[in-house]
Every structure is written in structure tokens, then in C-alpha cells.
Design a protein around this ligand. Sequence first.
Ligand code: KG4
Ligand code: ZN
Length: 342
Amino acid sequence: MSSRWDDPMTTILGIETSCDETAAAVVSGGVAVLSSVVSSQVDLHARFGGVVPEIASRAHVDLITPVVAEALVEAGVDGDGIDAVAATVGPGLVGSLLVGISAAKALALVWGVPFVGVNHLEAHVYAAFLEEPDLEPPLIVLMVSGGHTMLVAMEDHGRYRLLGQTIDDAAGEAFDKVARFLGLGYPGGPAIDRLAMDGDPTAIPFPRAMLDDGYDFSFSGLKTAVINHVRKHPDVATADVAASFQQAVVDVLLAKAERAGRDISAKGLVLAGGVAANSQLRERALDLCTADGSMRCFLPSRSMCTDNAAMVAATAFWRLKSDGPTPLDAGADPNLGLPVLL
Ligand code: KG4
Ligand code: ZN
């Protein structure tokens, strides 16, 4: 469908404030990243062992103006060069989301350009398109973040079928909880990833829940198994625990992704979300695609896997084309899901 937003050079300012990163980026034509600025609040939250919503909202208020200004300066554009302003509208922390949404709407009004509300989960999918514009559906998307673990069949732009999801903890949540228990700090994913490099992934046979059972996932039993094992064996090498835990998570994620790829004759496997930055998951996903031959593997660079605004601007490019601007009275939706086909 053609629309007045079909111009391949449409330049969009994207804003992301759904959790603990304040980010702004300028992206042209859905693929050319002119700038991408991410200011992490991780140091503010680390001593609490997780994100504190009120602290996050206040930090976004302090950071949003300098981060947006830096993104514009780095891109070498001012308001005249921006065709639309996009912001994540959900899912996420409501106070944090509102900071980005309000800033985006204000700039859209001042510059007289459309506002585009973006779904954060869809944005994680578009991180792959940013770096691989020739990606061709049907694709299997393994979406693994701090709040979500989903296996999605992407039939076309904006057309998603949910194959399965976690019935308890998200994969990133399991990494964060296990890391916290092991005293590795916050955020846990990168800490376990690093430590696992010195450990033996076959040292402890942790459970692989629901391995051959449909497309849903469960990680809370694995977390409990790790806690029970360490309590029973207080002298166990922490690196072995980290490596064995990580291996169990990656085994289940990739076994299901591979089966789903075969079931829908996918042309490619896309990893999305913060856990897609995991070294083992990336390495073994590549091996799987090489061995399979019929499926290509698309791994966004690590900085595009975790929260950023370039993926928000890229998603807005496609959504503006298909749906047009978002009304200015649209608000934040903390529980927004991926817009899946029924
Ligand atoms: O997508 P994201 O940045 O934020 C959400 O939308 O949730 O994902 C954050 C999650 C956290 O749970 C973090 O521990 C995990 O991604 N993560 C990782 C790695 N880097 C980030 N998990 C495993 N290995 C990593 N290298
Ligand atoms: Zn995210």
C-alpha cells in the first residue's frame, strides 16, 4: 500500500525510555543510523539489585533533553531535517515511558511533523532489519529480553504469529535472578556471560524444562535447581554453575527455535532482545544455521540487542508507512503486547 510516508529517505528521531536506558537516535529510510545515543542508568540502580521505577523516571527527566540534543548534533540535523518523531509507548515502566512520549509529542508539535508511537517488542525485531535490510520473511524471531521470552513467526512486516512464550520467568529474568543469587551483581546477564567463559558447561546437569514439549518455555524450575545445587554444594566453582546454567538456557532456546524454523520453512532465524547479546547463544545460533543450511542467522550487533532508540526509529519508519501517524492523545501502555495475528 502506498502512502504519503513512502519516501525512502524519511528521517525519524526515535526516543526510547521504557526501562533504565535513556536513548535517542536519528535514522533515515529505516536503515541508515545517523546517530544513536544511549545513556544507561545502570549505576543508579546497581546498589538496589534491580531497576527502581521512581529513580528511573526521575533520571529520564534529567537525561532526555541532553540525550536528544546529542543525537541531533551527532546526526548533523536540526528540526528542519526531521520528518517524524517516534517514542516507545509500551511495554515498560509507565513513569519512564511517559517521559519519552511527552518529549516526542512536544518536539513533533513544535516541528509540525507526525508523532509515531512504537511497540518496544516490535522495535527489538527491527533491530535486525537495521543491519540486514535485505532480510526476507518468513522468519523465526527468538525474542529474549528481561521481561519477555517469545518464539514468533514473522510472516511479513507487521505480521507476527506467536508460537510460544514463557509460562513463568523470562530468560533475562532468569539470568538476573541467578546472578543475584551468585552475588554477581546487576545486570546479571553480562556477568554470567563473562564468568561462564571460565567454567565447564557440562559440569552440572541442570534441567532443560519442556525441551520437547511445544513452543512454550519455563525457566523458574532451572533457577530453583541452581539455588538448590549451590546450597547443597557450597564449594562448587561459581564459573561452572554459571556455564552450566547458561548452557541449559541456550539448549532450550535453540532447540525450540530450530524446530519452529523447520515447521514454518523459515528463511532465517532472528535473535532479538537483551539476551541476544549472550556470547554462547550467538555462537550456537550461528552453528545451528550453518548446520541447517536452509536457514540464515541474523544477529543484531550487541549494542542493537539491548535497549536503544535506533530500533525505535527503524520501526517507526515501517509503521508510519503502514498505519500513518499516531494520534497525539495516545498514551503509554505498560502492558502492551506484540501485535500478533490470531
Ligand atoms: O532488551 P533488554 O535490554 O531490556 C528489556 O527490554 O528487558 O534486556 C535486558 C536483559 C537483562 O535481563 C539482561 O541481564 C539481559 O538482557 N542481558 C544478557 C546479556 N546482556 C544483557 N543476558 C545474557 N547474556 C548477555 N550478554
Ligand atoms: Zn528491551
